[in-house]
Design a protein around this ligand. Structure first.
Ligand SMILES: *Cc1c(COP(=O)(O)O)cnc(C)c1O
Length: 444
């Protein structure tokens, strides 16, 4: 650890760290081995001193929610103004994490509930979330899976991973597998290769995605050998997780370049975080930097109701304001979808400003980003075509061998379709239904 402190300091203080130091510094395994887990180490490296009271608070917080910061990520902190530093705030604990609000939940997204086998969350009809790693190089303070951070019991064993793969094999509706964790890129290359091979061999799996924060917090992980492994799979997408433009350093951009040059489509998921990126200008800068590096902003998440995140949460209005400042003002493909992941496990719900102001039977009234109000005249005749799923009779030239997968309509689209008789969606425990039942029983 002494060496880590020395190297980190050198790296912070001099542009031309010696070759020997640089070699270690750029080795991701060295970064992991020297991950910073103690308050005192942070103080030494940043050259700061907390009061005894503050140090005690932090230690108390770490007991519940452990700390882990890669030397690389720590080196991005401006030690002269660390308290306001967006990097510092994302990685360094705060006593506020111990404040649990009555609305907080340990597992707000019901990932454990919607789990048919260990490690798999199957929420949507055609895709699954597959937790293949419990390890992260850095513990983000705003982690929605905070409950599992550092918990050795939830490290997926090879048997569990096999079980997950077996589930996917036996579930033909799954066409998209999302590898998550922890961070899948913390697995050794061979293990990741093995998992990818197993999954891509399943005939009904069309797409595999990996969610990783390593380009942000451990960019040296994107090694030539890792690229070699990833390149073998030609249906692979990667989503990374930048929250602030400051995170797109030269080193980090270089990691993105390697991935993009390997032909892998890149997306980014950000979390809206109070006093870190809850600002239209910061968000615009972030999405611009992302697209300049061939990363497509994918989602902007409203911060989840996980325990200990209250101080990171913003109003939903702030998110809408940010979306208002992006759409129309900048390239369409730089605009992410702002979502709230429904507490209780309903999945991601998109939120945006209203653009549809009103409508009649022949016109819709719309407004654009400038506030211009316009109308769109609909065609005089557009007859309803009754769809009975007989695609052959329809002239849209969709040559489908009526595979069952999308024949079962779900949710609101069920209400809209012709081939299902349901005209309402009714809560299961509707009080009115219960009343009627009681009356029937009385009458019997
Ligand atoms: C986010 C998520 C997905 C993927 O959702 P997309 O909108 O397709 O990106 C799948 N499963 C779970 C449980 C998720 O939380």
């Amino acid at each position: 650890m002494q060496e880590a402190i020395k190297i980190t300091k050198e790296h912070l203080n001099s542009e031309t760290a010696s070759k020997y130091l640089m070699e270690k510094w750029t080795d991701w395994r060295w970064q992991i081995k020297n991950t910073i887990r103690k308050v005192e180490t942070v103080e030494k490296i940043l050259g700061i001193k907390f009061s005894d009271e503050k140090r005690d608070e932090i230690k108390k917080t770490i007991e519940k929610f452990p700390m882990a910061i890669t030397p690389y990520y720590l080196s991005l902190i401006d030690s002269d103004d660390y308290e306001n530093d967006p990097v510092f705030k994302q990685c360094f604990p705060s006593i506020k994490e111990l404040t649990i609000s009555p609305f907080d939940m340990a597992d707000p997204l019901s990932e454990d509930k919607d789990s048919p086998v260990h490690g798999i969350t199957h929420r949507y009809p055609d895709r699954v979330l597959f937790h293949v790693s419990n390890v992260c190089s850095m513990y983000c303070r705003f982690c929605t899976r905070k409950r599992k951070v550092g918990d050795v019991d939830s490290i997926p064993s090879k048997d569990m991973i096999l079980e997950g793969i077996e589930y996917i094999k036996n579930t033909p509706t799954v066409r998209d597998v999302l590898l998550s964790g922890g961070d899948p890129f913390l697995l050794p290359d061979e293990q990741l290769d093995w998992i990818l091979e197993q999954i891509t061999q399943i005939p009904h799996v069309e797409v595999v995605r990996i969610g990783t924060r390593t380009p942000v917090v451990l960019p040296y992980r994107i090694t030539d050998n890792l690229i070699k492994v990833l390149k073998k799979y030609d249906n692979l997408w990667i989503n990374t997780h930048y929250n602030h433009p400051r995170e797109l350093t030269k080193t980090s951009r270089n990691a993105l370049k390697k991935l993009a040059n390997a032909g892998i489509p890149l997306g980014n998921q950000s979390v809206l975080l109070r006093d870190i990126n809850d600002c239209p200008r910061i968000m615009k800068k972030l999405v611009h930097k992302l697209v300049a590096n061939r990363v497509r902003p994918y989602y902007l998440y409203q911060c989840d109701l996980s325990e200990g995140l209250e101080h990171f949460r913003t109003n939903v209005g702030k998110g809408i304001e940010i979306m208002e400042s992006l759409r129309g003002h900048t390239s369409g493909f730089a605009v992410p979808t702002y979502v709230i992941d429904a507490p209780g496990g309903g999945g991601k719900i998109p939120i945006m400003p209203n653009y549809l102001i009103s409508w009649s039977t022949d016109k819709v009234v719309l407004r654009n980003y400038e506030g211009v109000i316009t109308t769109y005249k609909m065609p005089d005749s557009y007859e309803h075509t009754v769809c009975d799923l007989n695609c052959e009779e329809c002239n849209l030239q969709l040559k489908l061998d009526n595979d069952e997968a999308d024949l079962k309509p779900i949710g609101i689209s069920r209400l809209l379709c012709d081939y299902d008789d349901d005209i309402t969606l009714v809560p299961e425990d509707l009080e009115r239904d219960q009343r009627n039942k009681d009356v029937e029983e009385l009458e019997v």
